[in-house]
Design a protein around this ligand. Sequence first.
Ligand code: SME
Length: 160
Amino acid sequence: MAENLIIGAGDKAEKYATLLPQIASLVGHETDLIANMANVAACLKMTFGFWWVGFYRVSGEELVLAPFQGPLACTRIKRGRGVCGTAWQRGETLVVEDVDRFPGHIACSSASRSEIVVPLFAKGEVIAVLDIDSERTAAFDDTDREWLEKIAALLSAPEI
Ligand code: SME
């Protein structure tokens, strides 16, 4: 298993392109979802220095906090609430350029200005979300969406 993370030079697309095969290798050798979430959160934090990066897992009608890197966070989020609960309900990635303009945004940290939430699937159902927060507005765009969906797919179970 890789112990050293190689961080790509250049723009964020190049950084994601360097990161993706390393994550594929890491999670491809481990079946425990929590362990894989922990390493993916660490890889994203180390590569991009995001303010907060982590996961929430679906548990009944709530999301429950899972491995993350960054400040303390809310532990439970109801389906349809906040950016995370809305991404879960819709089953799609949400990019929020300015969290103050997202009705119902849950402010775990007052420093958070923009956010992206990407669902993880198993058998067509959302099983968790990957949530990343930035202290800058409009920090996330279609490049992040594209690559983070690929990363999320590596953690998702096959559609069987
Ligand atoms: N802001 C999120 C809550 C989770 S924290 O950002 C870590 C939301 O609105 O769902």
